[in-house]
Design a protein around this ligand. Sequence first.
Ligand code: GAR
Length: 188
Amino acid sequence: MKKLAVFASGSGSNFEAIATACQNGEIDASIEWLIVDQPEAYAIERAKKFNIPTLVLQPKQFESRAAYEAEIVKQLHEKDVEWVVLAGYMRLVGDTLLDAFPNRILNIHPSLLPSFPGLDAIRQAVRHGVKVTGVTVHYVDQGMDTGPIIMQRAVDVVDGDEEATAAAIHEVEHALYKEALQYVLHRS
Ligand code: GAR
């Protein structure tokens, strides 16, 4: 069974979907850590339901991003974590973490990349007036929402309605992240 760490900054609905899938055997893996950079993130509450240990670490507690990531890497190595799964972790990953987990860091983004990278991707898509947007799961590199694409799924935009479009996207995210994870874990 593969050992994962999930990183989140906010609500953590993707984290919960992955934790549920690990619990019921849909994904052949266990979540060793939830790593959070925002002390008020709701993801922390969700972790309690699954008895998943949570580590709250903020970059401002460290003298540099490298030092922040070095502490994360140390904690991940202590639990023999093999894969890092970013799920709404709103931060660029630096070389310290990338070098410790080469081709072993995944991210999910709520658009069909390379369209609408960055923050508020759903709002960007609805405001742009595209009729179809979607979800991307990809490997992480130094860029913002760049890196080789693993899976994508299209989602229709609900007529200028950001909230309804977001709901449809989140539903697809929860399914697609499970599929993509199972796919990469099986091949590794
Ligand atoms: C998700 O929609 C995820 O795709 C997005 O943050 C949301 C987190 O939701 N990530 C990005 O925009 C990354 N650039 P969640 O906390 O409920 O899983």
